[in-house]
Design a protein. Sequence first.
Length: 224
Amino acid sequence: MKRSEKAIRIMEILEELFPTTPIPLTHTDPFTLLVAVVLSAQTTDKKVNQVTPSLFKQAPDPKRMAKLPVETIQELIREIGLAPQKARALKGLSQMLIDDFEGCVPADFEALQRLPGVGRKTANVIMAQAFGQPAFPVDTHIHRLAARWGLSRGKTADHTEQDLRKIFPRESWNKLHLQIIFFGRSHCPARYHELEDCPICSWAATKQRVRQEREMNSRTRKRA
């Protein structure tokens, strides 16, 4: 099956399973979304949503976030991973928004990437979810599933993003990236996944990929 044919069938299945795609990070505007996405690195969305209410109560905008000492921000987000680095990033990006962007989150991909703590994936999320611009953020779920489904051989998330942009229609990107994430979380775990029983892996994965994952799971269970 060609990649283009796989893409059409995958989109149909995901649309049936996830017709709506609510943004999983609680936010009220582009700034609070930006903060939440920065905090979500190597941390679950659930944990981020647990710590942001108290953070946003004290600092719901760049001006008030920039005024908070780094130590205070770190204390407010202490339950999530990489809290010290993320606290510095939040204060730094807030000050840069004030100094360079009149206190507003820029709707510009390159400008977003200049902000402390903001990489390509985060910038893509903001462009897609805050400003409705076509973007295809690739997280660990999407990177893993694109490989399983034979849609990309990318060694990095950036390479996978390039491949998926070529395969899927531009108008589908913003919704589709969330659908793939939701599917990965609910149907397609990283470990001990039986590809033959998966609604997509069962037909999209190559026989070689199925064999490789079966062998990997077997080795993992023996070490456990």
